[in-house]
Design a protein around this ligand. Structure first.
Ligand code: ADP
Ligand code: ASP
Ligand code: MG
Length: 814
């Protein structure tokens, strides 16, 4: 014999019931079958709602009952031939009238009891099982209907009754002996007490009914037919990439369901496990899918973590106090106080100091728990040996489950590392001594992110999703978006990295998307965004709370540079092309670096110096590997290089500068480049990264730009440069006479930095530098005479965008 159970969705529509009939009809060709059915999906909730409305004096329950009635009448009409319908239609009406009578009673009394509620919800399964029995008969399959209330005996703990297995087994066996056909349908979930009063087995309890029948009648197998193709590595509603677990042990399945994998009701496994009956989880809507086999031995290959689940609405209760140390019996008293009020303890942790004990319970029971525990410890509380119980709500548990975890060290490290890198704060941890489960208590608002993260960490070694929010879509920004679009497939296939741009901002608008923004259409997408400030953009980023978040700043805005702190605090990585933050006062720069470190995230700004050239990354590598920077010499302004490489006195200096600006090699205000300010910022950033606490005003700037050029607007600047043409020509000609070239050089040595225009002779490292190239020479302990040289294009939208891109990848891989 086999027991098959079909859940709410599986019997939720006449079409679904037809699937059930065809699945069962195949089975009964070979075997005797008991089909256990749930109420039509959603009915149990509706019935409970009717009871609540009636108890609160709201007559709206009548409308709901109408809804329930017509849904069931429709099912009869669609499943049963017209000639046979009438008796079933009147049976449904009769049952629904009883529901109404019950609700009327509740309405009059203005209260409902657990006993009445059980009676009320029992109609869901009663009616569904009767309609389904009739549908089987109409399909030509002889079927007997069993009344589970007469077969499954429980105590009188309404809502969650405890099964009396001895009586139940005897009753089921007698019924089975008496039955002649080979197909039985019975309602799940419902049972009755010794007094014959209807009870229920807890929400989701139809699974349990099936397991009880399977165990008591020694079935060959139990099949739980539902709306997913098996027990999955995580709840597919939360983790789109979850996949079916082919085989899992009873213990693991029990653990996963206990920690929230709703696909199977936790008590279900025990009775069948005791008899070593295999359980299959199968999909009613994809019957050919293999499903999951739950049996004694799990599957030994693959990830040591079998699945990840979560329980929400958890409250953490902490009992603390100096009086607890070394005194036996404290825990016992705590648990007794809780169990006396039927409060189920979901998780326990106790610090090794024995100073505190922490238990997780259902949030709804928290206040009751506090009353009970404070009363139990009243003497100690009054003596201040123990503090009154503390409650923290809004929490959830995420749990990793897997039999093989015990033989794989480092799993908790990976768990906490992944959570830590993403700013998920762990409030408590518990690891069963079986090491079959590691649970972390976190804020409910972090659960979705955490489960997806952990799923990626343990099951998708191959795929990592990164969520990008980009501020600034000008020259460099638009090139970056283009490069991202171009590389998306490559990164997916070669690095298993899924880079998604999910937010864009410019100085006027912000726009978010739940899915990756189509990068061929980003302009329109942003145009349709809302007018808002960068602060609202950051609010949106933090609200979304996505895993592996990277914020990219490709603006030159002070205001944008001011938001990094908020992001880093929440473990969102920041990639800045904008130099303002790193060249602001040292304390702010330091604070940001520190925030990134403490929150385990990245703060990267490679493009602050030398555009896409790997200058800062190389410097960091040298310093981290123990080298000491002795001296830096560099030409760091692509703009100035371009200008002095193109200026030979044959056309005005101002014109060459304008050309540089036109070609996109200058800051929006070219004076920042020409005055040397931009180079000062860059050498300061390098000095800081080399470990020096340097400020802008400590840098010497040998300016070549006459003071008159610094006044007024950008246009005034061009006009005054024209006036000063002789000055520029003199500088050029003098260098030319000496056979030298002009370079604007930045140097850092002995804790001091300076910048200025220099004549460079042909033998010098800095001499052969063309176009907009930059060069950086690092003289270090390990490179004392021949410096490490980094040279190449130091400006331009494409190379800068690719530097930002590289930082994004680096932030992602940390
Ligand atoms: P039924 O009505 O058939 O009893 P349930 O809704 O009780 O179905 O359980 C099936 C649902 O359980 C799935 O639709 C899925 O969303 C959820 N679920 C949660 N965790 C898991 C998991 N680890 N594997 C599969 N399904 C899960
Ligand atoms: N109908 C009940 C519920 O919704 C039992 C079940 O479907 O398993 O909880
Ligand atoms: Mg269920």
């Amino acid at each position: 014999m086999q027991v098959l159970k079909f859940g709410g969705t599986s019997v939720g529509s006449p079409e679904a019931i037809q699937n059930v009939i065809s699945i069962v009809s195949e089975k009964i060709k070979k075997n005797k079958v008991i089909t256990v059915v749930s109420a039509f999906g959603g009915t149990t909730d509706l019935l409970l709602q009717c009871g609540q409305l009636a108890a609160s004096g709201d007559e709206a329950y009548k409308e709901l009952i109408q809804k329930i009635t017509s849904r069931h009448l429709d099912a009869v009409k669609q499943l049963i031939p017209v000639q046979q319908q009438s008796s079933y239609l009147s049976a449904v009406k009769k049952s629904c009238n009883e529901v109404e009578d019950l609700c009327n009673g509740i309405f009059l009394l203005e209260e409902t009891t657990a006993r009445t509620k059980d009676k009320l919800v029992s109609y869901g399964e009663l009616i569904s099982s009767q309609i389904i029995t009739a549908a089987f008969q109409a399909a030509g399959i002889a079927t007997t209907w069993w009344d589970s209330r007469k077969l499954i005996r429980t105590n009188a703990q309404y809502g969650n009754a405890i099964v009396d297995f001895k009586t139940t087994e005897a009753q089921l066996k007698t019924a089975a002996e008496a039955v002649s056909g080979n197909h039985i349908v019975m309602p799940g979930f419902i049972a009755s007490s010794a007094e014959g009063v209807t009870t229920t087995l807890g929400r989701g309890g139809s699974d349990y009914t099936a397991a009880i029948a399977a165990a008591c009648l020694d079935a060959e197998s139990l099949e739980i037919w539902t709306d997913v193709s098996g027990m999955m590595t995580a709840d597919p509603r939360w983790v789109p990439n979850a996949r079916v677990i082919p085989t899992i042990s009873y213990q693991e399945a029990m653990e996963l369901s206990h920690f929230g994998a709703k696909v199977i009701y936790p008590p279900t496994i025990q009775p069948v496990m005791n008899k070593q009956i295999p359980i299959w989880i199968k999909n009613t809507f994809a019957a050919a899918d293999t499903g999951t086999l739950i049996q004694q031995e799990g599957y030994r290959n693959g990830s040591p973590v079998r699945g990840i689940s979560s329980i929400s609405k958890l409250a953490l209760l902490s009992l603390e106090g100096s009086g607890m140390v070394g005194v036996p019996g404290f825990s016992r008293r705590l648990f007794e106080a809780l169990s006396a009020h039927q409060i189920n303890v979901i998780l326990i942790t106790q610090g090794s100091s024995e100073h505190s004990i922490c238990v997780g319970v259902d949030e709804a029971a928290a206040e009751l728990a506090k009353e009970a525990v404070d009363a139990a410890f009243a003497p100690e509380i009054s003596l201040q040996k123990v503090d009154p119980l503390e409650i923290e709500k809004g929490l959830s548990i995420v749990a990793l489950v897997g039999e093989q975890m015990k033989s794989h060290p480092g799993i908790s490290g990976k768990l906490f590392g992944a959570l830590g890198r993403n700013g998920v704060n762990v409030r408590a941890i518990a690891q069963g001594s079986s090491e079959r489960n590691i649970s972390a208590v976190i804020a409910t608002s972090d659960v979705k992110k955490a489960i997806n993260l952990l799923h990626e960490e343990f099951f998708e070694t191959s795929l990592k999703q990164v969520n990008l929010f980009i501020s600034g879509v000008g020259n460099v920004g638009s090139r970056l978006l283009q490069q991202l679009q171009q590389q998306q497939q490559y990164l997916l296939h070669h690095n298993r990295l899924q880079l998604r741009v999910v937010g864009l901002a410019n100085s006027k608008k912000i726009a978010f998307s739940e899915e990756a923004i189509d990068l061929s259409n980003w302009k329109e997408f942003l145009d349709n965004g809302k007018e808002a400030s960068i602060h609202e953009f950051v609010d949106g980023i933090l609200e979304r709370n996505l895993r592996n978040t990277v914020f990219v700043d490709i603006t030159a805005s002070q205001e944008v540079a001011g938001v990094y702190s908020r992001l880093l605090e929440k473990s969102c990585a920041v990639v800045a092309c904008n130099k303002i933050a790193c060249s602001s006062p040292y304390v702010y720069y330091r604070e940001l670096k520190e925030k990134a470190r403490v929150n385990n995230t990245g703060f990267l700004f490679e493009t602050n110096v030398g555009a896409g050239l790997p200058v800062i990354g190389t410097l960091n590598d040298l310093v981290r590997s123990g080298d000491k920077i002795k001296r830096i010499e560099a030409v760091l302004s692509g703009t100035l290089n371009y200008v002095f490489n193109h200026y030979d006195g044959s056309r005005p200096f101002a014109e060459v500068v304008r050309q540089a600006q036109h070609e996109g090699y200058t800051e929006p205000d070219p004076r920042l480049d020409l005055s040397g300010t931009d180079v000062m910022r860059k050498i300061m950033i390098l000095a800081r990264e080399a470990g020096e606490q340097l400020e802008m005003d400590a840098i010497t700037n040998h300016r070549f730009l006459p003071a008159s050029c610094m006044e007024g607007s950008v246009e005034d600047f061009y006009a005054s440069m024209l006036k000063e043409e002789d000055h520029f020509r003199d500088i050029y000609e003098e260098a030319n006479r000496n056979g030298n070239k002009l370079k604007f050089v930045a140097a850092f040595h002995n804790g001091k930095a300076e910048v200025g225009l220099q004549q460079i002779s042909p033998g010098h490292d800095l001499y052969h530098l063309y176009g907009k190239d930059n060069i950086v020479l690092f003289y270090t302990e390990r490179y004392p005479e021949q410096p490490m040289v980094i040279k190449g294009a130091g400006a331009g939208a494409d190379v800068t965008a690719s530097g930002v891109f590289a930082d994004i990848l680096r932030a992602t891989l940390t």
